[in-house]
Design a protein around this ligand. Structure first.
Ligand code: C2O
Length: 536
């Protein structure tokens, strides 16, 4: 295990990822930001410098446990107040648990939609101690793990041509043009590793491969709304991992990835023609309530490899996806959980306690539009310390078991080690990819309508950090509160989270209070930065 140092600088820049120029955000001057690669049990020391002129920021390491370091989770308003403009903040944590392919992104308002994203790849290690010389976390891998020769990150993102703050206020505000208020803002375009093609502009990424080789593609949906379908012409995909959880390998034609989810797939470069093939990252329109003229959703990159006599037919960018060329294969859809099962079948504990939470959207009297979790719409707490994980331990210790509503926030508290069933009932007409920080819940039940006491079943349940709740349906998520801290649970659609569709889990808060806070967190809170939430 190693100690790895990184430095990330968030700044504004003018860019045209898909050929359309706009003000956007970049990390170390690029979009997406650099891919961070490490091993389990390493220590990561990442200094983030906020070079924005007027906005605070916070960077979240999606899907990591942050065990004993909940204050480095990077969730603005929950685990830190925000890095003021011109200042830096150093995240410092070990990589525990079973991680795989994930990503990092700004967790300040809707900043990530403007380009503040990057990939994070954590490989297994069989070290017996971690970077601090403490006993290592056990590595959990399949008995006969799949093999591959080389790997690539494929970061897919739907892409907007306006600044995300403007997009969000049209969505939430009472005065939007017809067809915008309360209807999810529709992207104009999309990107594959920061490159897209809008109205004939933009550029194509290139993947130059070797023939007869097995590649692992690490597919990440870092978008704001749309499901994205990934496929490669003429090549089936073998899904081996979902949100970093190894799964029983599944051969499919394409994967449809919901926002914040990841799939790792193996691809064999074994077509006898060789040559060039389209890699496709198509933004699906099933979540869109209106359409944008001239929108361009079929994004392409070129995958090529040579065989002794390669076909010389040029690629035609308007040719339809010919499919993988293997009869009988279909897609893995965003709600196809039954098709996936964990490669390591660990027993799922029975639950100790059950909570039901409803999500919906409502219009206020002045016509503004908000997302609600059991009647509360999230915005950062008001006051001097604008975060839940307060510097005084009294706030955390005072959280009562079960639901509580400090300043209108819905916080579910588990004071001790418990197995919780969280039943999420979606009263909205859209699907929502819900992400629980610091945990990886099992899906132990789902069904249409309201939950009416149906039996839940952990046997063979799929676990991952982002689960989709279908429209007008419920899902039951089971997790153990073994990671003390305050953790966000939210819809990862940027506009829904921006509109307040977020609640918090306080897991063993008095233990978390005992961790104390790094002085830098308290200093940046005292600087009063990041106090304004979008709903505050
Ligand atoms: Cu990807 Cu709350 O995070």
């Amino acid at each position: 295990p190693q100690v790895r140092y990184y430095s990330l600088v968030l700044s504004e820049g003018y860019g045209s990822p898909d050929g359309f120029g706009r003000q956007m955000l970049v990390i170390n001057g690029s979009y997406p930001g650099p891919t961070l690669v490490a091993n389990q049990n390493d220590r990561m020391i990442i200094t983030v410098h906020n070079a924005l002129a007027n906005e605070a920021t916070a960077i979240h390491w999606h899907g990591l446990y942050q065990n004993t370091t909940p204050f480095y989770d990077g969730a603005h308003g929950i685990s830190q107040c925000g890095i003021p403009p011109g200042q830096s903040f150093t995240y410092n944590f070990t990589l525990a648990g079973w991680m795989g392919t994930t990503w990092y992104h700004s967790h300040y308002q809707t900043q990530y939609s403007d380009g503040a994203v990057g990939a994070l790849v954590i490989n297994p290690s069989n070290a017996t101690t971690n970077a601090d010389g403490q006993p290592a976390w056990p590595v959990v891998t399949a008995p006969n793990p799949p093999q591959w020769d080389a790997d690539f990150v494929v970061l897919l993102q739907d892409w907007y041509h306006s600044q995300s703050q403007d997009v969000l206020s049209l969505y939430m505000g009472p005065n939007g043009p017809d067809g915008t208020q309360g209807d999810e803002p529709t992207p104009e375009s999309g990107t594959i590793n920061g490159q897209g093609q809008y109205l004939g502009g933009g550029s194509y990424g290139n993947f130059s491969l070797q023939a007869n080789t097995t590649y692992r593609f690490r597919i990440i949906n870092s978008g704001s709304l749309g499901n994205v379908r990934f496929s490669i012409d003429g090549h089936p995909l073998t899904v081996i991992s979902a949100d970093g959880v190894d799964v029983v390998p599944l051969e499919v034609a394409g994967v449809q990835v919901a926002v914040a989810q990841r799939y790792d797939v193996l691809v064999r470069t074994n077509q006898t023609t060789g040559g060039q093939f389209w890699m496709r990252g198509s933004v699906l329109t099933d979540m869109f309530t209106y359409s944008i003229p001239n929108a361009a959703y079929n994004h392409l990159a070129v995958l090529s490899y040579a065989v002794p006599s390669p076909s010389s037919a040029p690629l035609n960018s308007s040719a339809p996806d010919p499919g993988p060329g293997v009869p009988g294969l279909s897609d893995l859809g965003t709600k196809d959980y039954t098709a996936l099962s964990p490669a390591v079948a660990a027993p799922v504990p029975d639950s100790d306690v059950q909570y039901v939470v409803q999500d919906d959207f409502e219009r206020t009297e002045d016509g503004s539009y908000f997302g609600y979790m059991n009647g509360t719409s999230w915005a950062p707490l008001e006051g001097e310390s604008t975060m839940t994980l307060l510097s005084s331990s009294s706030f955390l210790s005072a959280l009562l078991p079960g639901p509580s509503y400090p300043q209108g926030q819905y916080i579910l508290t588990s004071p001790s080690l418990q197995t919780v069933d969280l039943i999420l009932y979606n009263l909205d007409d859209g699907d929502h990819p819900f992400h629980l920080h610091g945990h990886r819940p099992w899906l132990v039940g789902t069904g249409p309508g309201a939950y009416e006491g149906q039996a839940l079943n952990g046997t063979g349940a799929m676990l991952r950090d982002t689960h989709v709740v279908p429209n007008y349906s419920w899902i039951a998520l089971r997790f153990v509160t073994d990671n003390p801290g305050v953790w966000a649970f939210h819809c990862h659609i940027a506009w829904h989270m921006g509109a307040g569709l977020l609640m918090q889990l306080a897991a063993q808060p008095s233990v978390a209070a005992g961790y104390g806070l790094p002085p830098q967190v308290a200093e940046q809170c005292a600087a009063g930065q990041g106090a304004q939430g979008v709903n505050g």
